[in-house]
Design a protein around this ligand. Structure first.
Ligand code: S3P
Length: 163
């Protein structure tokens, strides 16, 4: 089976849906953010603050390419599509799911978040960022799932039906 890549904005539910797919399919789960934190022994907020976003994007790009392209579930960071080479890579994969959450859902889910440097950055217009990334997520996806008002297990079942 080709690996299942989950893409979408911060707070769209990638991690919780990935965990449900993992449970239901009993396949290994890889989370690019988590791998980066393990590799660097730093929190993502620390990488952004100490090394800058470009270093984080380099790490993320390297991690993506290293993951198994078969028999795995891969939850990607919301900014994975910031690099064109990652867009190209994802377009070559056969199972890329875009979890499409509305701005309202995202703001509700992330209201108390302290782990996402871009979300916490007051100088960045996150709603604009969502709008600019949406067409890119769509362009790399083989399946688009609206996630508003849906539980992770329901979404996981929809993904499993698709594959
Ligand atoms: C980011 C999303 C985060 C994480 C980092 C940058 C982004 O991942 O990779 O904070 O640029 O949208 P999640 O989508 O898992 O929150």
């Amino acid at each position: 089976m080709d690996s299942i890549y989950l893409v979408g904005f911060m707070g769209s539910g990638k991690s919780s849906v990935a965990e449900e797919v993992e449970k239901q399919l009993n396949l290994p789960l890889f989370d690019t953010d988590q791998i980066i934190e393990e590799k660097t022994n730093k929190k993502i907020t620390e990488i952004f603050a100490e090394d800058g976003e470009a270093v984080f994007r380099d790490l993320e790009t390297a991690v993506l390419k290293d993951l198994p392209s078969t028999d795995a579930i891969i939850s990607t960071g919301g900014g994975i599509v910031e690099r064109q080479e990652n867009q190209k890579f994802l377009k070559e994969q056969l199972c890329v799911i875009f979890l499409d959450a509305s701005w309202e859902t995202i703001t509700k889910r992330l209201s108390n978040d302290t782990n996402r440097p871009i979300w916490l950055n007051k100088d960045r217009d996150k709603q604009k960022l969502l709008e600019s990334r949406k067409p890119i997520y769509k362009s790399v996806a083989t399946l688009i799932l609206k996630t508003d008002n849906k539980e992770p297990d329901e979404l996981a079942s929809e993904i499993i039906t698709h594959i």
